[in-house]
Design a protein around this ligand. Structure first.
Ligand SMILES: O=C(O)CCC(=O)C(=O)O
Ligand SMILES: [Fe+2]
Length: 340
């Protein structure tokens, strides 16, 4: 119990430290930029309710790999309920939170945790999280989720279902934009494994030395993310880190590694990270849409041509996940290892 409590960033901050422990100090080349750039308009915003979406979405996929969607039909009431339910958990007393501690020995175990990776020699992220296993329904056990506020579990179930539908709609648009049958990516992924991770980034006394979450690409097919109005998600574009402007009704779409493989690199997964600040805690909610571990993922044969040869080896998704957790992300090194 004590050891689990000590490893929480939130607990460190509550102890009133003015300097961060050395285990959280990033090497100079990984530290955040002194003034993050939101110039040039930031990441694109695609209005799914507009006719322009069919041109804007492929452009955003090709040029950025990450974009915000509005006009998506998910009620703002639900987005706000998810954010406020998550915040309620992290604002509850530590004694309450620790009852939901995940198993620190197994990566991606459900519950309240702080360390993403199995290895413990890397620099630590300035982040605590709550991970929910939400799909398939056989993995969904709301009794393991916080029991307060009383609506917490119903809100997460409704959100899980809405995010599945939205992810599938986006995957269909992405497939069609590459002249693939509309269900192509959905079928290639197979039965969806969905996790919802609420990240809580406590204020950091030395935000220029740490990262909330190190640079990575997501390992599954597509990630849908909402954030509060603090801001801290940065996307790498042409060698520059660009801040994703907080928009309360937007959902951020992040293309992940399996989509890069399936599209044979036509669309690339987005490298992103979270920065922290000294004044305000920040909350985000990421919904991951992943294949089953038994699924083999490979480039669509229709996208392999003389002018665009095969770029990635086939991979068993379970092997991809194990390697990601054992080596760590370090940008996009895991997908880079599959390049032919
Ligand atoms: O908190 C954020 O904005 C980023 C979260 C993220 O990238 C992740 O959980 O994979
Ligand atoms: Fe991510």
């Amino acid at each position: 119990m004590e050891a689990a409590a000590i490893s929480r960033v939130q607990t460190l901050v509550e102890s009133g430290l003015s300097q961060i422990p050395s285990s959280y100090i990033q090497p100079p080349q990984h530290r955040p930029n002194p003034s993050p750039s939101a110039s040039g308009g930031g990441i694109p915003v695609v209005d799914l309710s507009s006719a322009a979406a069919s041109a804007d979405l492929p452009r955003a996929c090709r040029e950025w790999g990450a974009f915000q969607v509005v006009g998506h039909g998910v009620p703002l009431r639900l987005l706000d309920a998810v954010r406020s339910s998550g915040l309620r958990f992290f604002e509850s007393p530590q004694g309450e939170r620790i009852r939901y501690a995940c198993d620190p020995a197994s990566p991606a175990s459900e519950g309240y945790g702080s360390r993403m990776l199995a290895r413990d020699d890397g620099v630590l992220d300035w982040r605590d999280y709550f991970d929910h296993h939400t799909l398939p329904e056989s993995r969904r056990n709301p009794s393991r989720w916080p029991h307060f506020p009383p609506s917490y579990r119903d809100v997460m179930v409704e959100y899980s279902d809405r995010m599945k539908v939205l992810a599938q709609r986006l995957l269909r648009m992405i497939s069609e934009s590459l002249d693939l049958p509309s269900s192509y990516i959905e079928d290639a992924v197979g039965e969806v494994y969905q996790n919802i991770t609420i990240s809580y980034y406590s204020p950091c006394p030395q935000p220029d030395l740490a990262l909330g979450l190190q640079a990575h690409s997501d390992m599954g097919a597509i990630t849908l993310l909402i954030q509060d109005d603090v801001g801290g998600l940065e996307v790498l574009k042409d060698g520059r880190w660009v801040l994703a402007q907080p928009l309360s009704d937007a959902i951020i779409v992040i293309l992940a590694d399996q989509t890069e493989i399936i599209t044979n690199g036509e669309y690339r997964s987005s490298q992103h990270r979270a920065v922290v600040n000294s004044k305000q805690a920040r909350l985000s909610v990421a919904t991951f849409y992943d294949p089953a571990k038994t699924r083999k993922i490979f480039p669509a044969p229709q996208l392999v041509t003389e002018s665009s040869p095969l770029k990635y080896k086939e991979v068993l998704y379970g092997d991809y996940v194990s390697s990601w957790y054992s080596k760590g992300p370090e940008g996009k090194r895991n997908i880079d290892a599959l390049k032919i």
